[in-house]
Design a protein around this ligand. Structure first.
Ligand code: GLA
Length: 397
């Protein structure tokens, strides 16, 4: 048996493997990792998706108005790029097998809509399903993978989310690889978003198949649901890297089921996890508070850091109080102090425990957008109920 290291093939010898492992470990270098070689999503994808707020109530006018608002609200400039129509845009297949968009809801067709979204400086995404039908009973891509990939390329699609309903008896790695290969054939750069809810251990195969993969069931606009998805996705932190991201599902920020404090926590934790930031609210009518959460540049910078590390829990003095840390490219760390309880609580982030081996460090609060000063060994503060304090900690010079 042979192993490949950086393109070179070597004979397998147990002592040699041990030696390489030690050298990699000591140097902090990482062994080559599998990734979908499409050069996309080198930072977690950012955008908007219709499902969380609109369900099946999608239309050409909704998508156009949403693209307008993403551009005018500052969301586009904050990094939100992909405008994605989820389920229910499709109604049938033509005699030639080509998928047909709902002619009433999309009277000018999908390509014209994609071109409109592009004219706003944004990218355009669409939804399909690996099985025979989507979750809402619309035509799935099973048996039409290459044809659909060609159609999407013709329509100037930049992102495809592929769901997993009505796929009984099918093998997820095989079906998703089929669609990945179909996309590769059409020669257009298209992000592939895998959505099988973590049912088929995607962390084992999805990094070389898609750019992001769901780790969880659907999020609900409720605090406990958000925490459930956080906890599940956190278990797979080692797998995430540029081009390949764990997806704990789309954002609920602004949908009304949580307080703004809770939404700030939701957004902070998605950023600490290097999760895709796909807004799911009605951006045409969002409040200033919602817009300010979604566009906080310093929290987004944590999510979008080019190192691509997913943050982890480093301290959990009680099950309700957690300190999370994410390594950043510039040698700083981002820290989220999360209070899951219903009362305010004191919490301390110890720098060593969080992975920063220094005596003192500068601390900046990412929601207050203010430098708090230089601290020795730790930063301690009171964290609101169902809230976070999020800081960036930089070794003092
Ligand atoms: C599944 C997915 C959701 C959404 C719906 C659409 O439940 O997980 O994100 O795409 O299907 O029907």
């Amino acid at each position: 048996m042979a192993i490949r290291f950086g393109g070179q093939t070597t004979r397998r010898r147990p002592w040699a493997i041990g030696l390489v492992a030690i050298i990699l470990g000591l140097s902090g270098a990482r062994a080559p990792r599998s990734m979908l070689n499409n050069g996309l999503a080198l930072t977690p994808p950012m955008g908007w998706n219709s499902w969380n707020h609109f369900g099946c109530n999608v239309s050409e006018s909704l998508i156009r108005e949403t693209a307008d608002s993403i551009a005018s609200s500052g969301m586009r400039d904050a990094g939100y790029k992909y405008v994605v129509i989820d389920d229910c845009w499709q109604v049938s297949r033509g005699a030639d097998g080509v998928i047909v968009a709902d002619p009433t809801r999309f009277p000018h067709g999908i390509r014209a809509l994609a071109d409109y979204v592009h004219s706003k400086g944004l990218k355009f995404g669409i939804y399909t399903d690996a099985g025979t039908k989507t979750c809402q009973g619309r035509p799935g891509t099973y048996g039409h993978e290459e044809q659909d990939a060609r159609t999407y390329a013709d329509w100037h699609v930049d992102y495809v989310k592929e769901d997993w309903c009505n796929a009984t008896g099918l093998d997820a790695p095989t079906q998703y690889a089929k669609f990945r290969d179909a996309l590769a054939k059409v020669g257009r750069p298209i992000v592939l978003s895998i959505c099988e809810w973590g049912h088929n251990q995607p962390w084992d195969w999805a990094p070389s198949t898609g750019n992001l993969w769901r780790t969880t069931e659907d999020i609900e606009d409720k605090w406990p649901s958000m925490l459930t998805n956080l906890d599940i996705s956190a278990q797979h932190s080692k797998i995430a890297h540029p081009g390949a991201w764990n997806d704990p599902d789309m954002l609920e920020v602004g949908n009304g089921g949580m307080s703004d404090t809770e939404y700030r926590a939701h957004f902070s934790m998605w950023a600490i996890m290097a999760a895709p930031l796909i807004a799911g609210n009605d951006v045409r009518t969002m409040s200033t508070a919602t817009r300010d959460i979604l566009t906080n540049p310093e929290v987004i910078a944590v999510d979008q850091d080019s190192l691509g590390a997913q943050g982890v829990i480093v301290w959990e003095p009680t099950p309700d109080l957690q300190v999370w840390s994410k390594k950043m490219r510039d040698g700083s760390i981002a820290v989220a102090m999360l209070n899951r309880s219903t009362v305010p609580a004191k919490l301390a982030a110890n720098f060593w425990r969080a992975g920063l081996h220094v005596g003192s460090a500068q601390v900046r609060d990412l929601w207050q957008r203010a430098d708090l000063g230089t601290f020795k060994n730790e930063y301690a503060t009171t964290v609101p109920a169902h809230g976070v304090v999020m800081v960036r900690v930089t070794p003092a010079t």
